[in-house]
Design a protein around this ligand. Structure first.
Ligand SMILES: C[S@@+](CC[C@H](N)C(=O)[O-])C[C@H]1O[C@@H](n2cnc3c(N)ncnc32)[C@H](O)[C@@H]1O
Length: 218
C-alpha cells in the first residue's frame, strides 16, 4: 500500500477548478439526496473525514455532526475548505490516508470520491488500517461515481486497464497538464466483498450518478 504521488499532484494542480464537478445541473438531485442522507446518518457523530478535498461534504456533514476532523493529503485543497467552512465543529489537517493513526476513536469515517482512486489490491490493507480508528459498531461510509456515458466518468474514457483490473483515465486540466488518473468503478458485489470481513449491516444505495456504501465496523 503506497501513497499515490501522481494522484496527489493531479489534485494539487486541480484545486482551483475542483468545485466545478459540483455544478452540473443534472447531478443536483442526487447531490441533494446524498446530502440529506449524510445529515441523517452522521447526526450527533464524531466524524473522521479522509481525502476531504475542498470540503464540499465536510460542510454538509458539519450541519448535523457533533464534530468533523477533515483531512486531506494536499494543503492546497484544505486551504479552499478552510475558506468554505468556519465552524467550531470542524478541524482540518494534512494527513495521508494510507498512514493514519490516532489515539482518538471516531463514531464514523467518511470518504468522498476516493474509493475509486485506491488500487484494488490495496483496498484490504487500506480498510484494515481504518478499523482501529473507529469505535465498535462505528460507521464506515463512502460515496463515489457510477460509470456514465457523456460524463467525466464515462467508461469510454478509460485508456488503460492494468493486470490487477485497475482502470486509468487520461485527464487534462485547465492549465494544460495531463495526468493518467486511477479511476475504478466497483460494482455492488465487489464493494460487499471488500468490507465483508470487517463490517456488518452493509448497505449500498444507488443513485443515478453515485453509489453510497455504509457499513458498521465489527
Ligand atoms: C476526488 S477528490 C475528493 C475530494 C472530496 N472528498 C470530495 O468528495 O469532493 C480526491 C481527494 O483525495 C486527496 N488525496 C489523494 N491521495 C491522498 C492521500 N494519499 N491521502 C489523503 N488525501 C489524498 C486529494 O488531494 C483530493 O483532495
Amino acid at each position: 500500500m503506497h501513497t499515490n504521488q501522481n494522484l496527489l499532484e493531479y489534485y494539487h494542480e486541480r484545486a482551483g477548478e475542483y468545485d466545478k464537478v459540483y455544478q452540473n445541473p443534472a447531478e443536483q438531485a442526487d447531490l441533494q439526496a446524498a446530502a440529506q442522507y449524510f445529515q441523517e446518518i452522521f447526526a450527533g457523530k464524531k466524524v473522521l473525514e479522509i481525502a476531504c478535498g475542498t470540503g464540499y461534504w465536510t460542510a454538509v456533514m458539519a450541519q448535523t455532526a457533533q464534530s468533523v476532523y477533515a483531512t486531506d493529503g494536499n494543503e492546497s485543497l484544505l486551504e479552499i475548505a478552510r475558506q468554505r467552512i468556519q465552524s467550531e465543529k470542524v478541524r482540518f489537517a494534512v494527513a495521508d490516508m494510507y498512514h493514519l493513526s490516532s489515539a482518538e476513536k471516531y463514531d464514523a469515517i467518511f470518504g468522498g470520491f476516493i474509493w475509486s482512486h485506491i488500487l484494488k489490491q490495496d483496498l484490504n490493507a487500506f480498510l484494515q488500517q481504518l478499523k482501529p480508528l473507529l469505535r465498535l459498531n462505528g460507521l464506515l461510509v463512502f460515496i463515489d461515481s457510477n460509470p456514465l456515458e457523456n460524463t467525466n466518468h464515462d467508461r469510454r474514457n478509460i485508456s488503460i486497464t492494468d493486470a490487477n483490473g485497475n482502470s486509468y483515465q487520461q485527464r487534462t486540466l485547465e492549465n494544460g497538464k495531463s495526468y493518467s488518473v486511477l479511476k475504478n468503478f466497483p460494482n455492488d458485489a465487489f464493494l460487499r466483498e471488500c468490507v465483508a470481513d470487517i463490517a456488518s449491516e452493509i448497505d449500498i444505495q444507488n443513485f443515478e450518478y453515485y453509489w453510497i456504501l455504509k457499513c458498521k465496523i465489527t
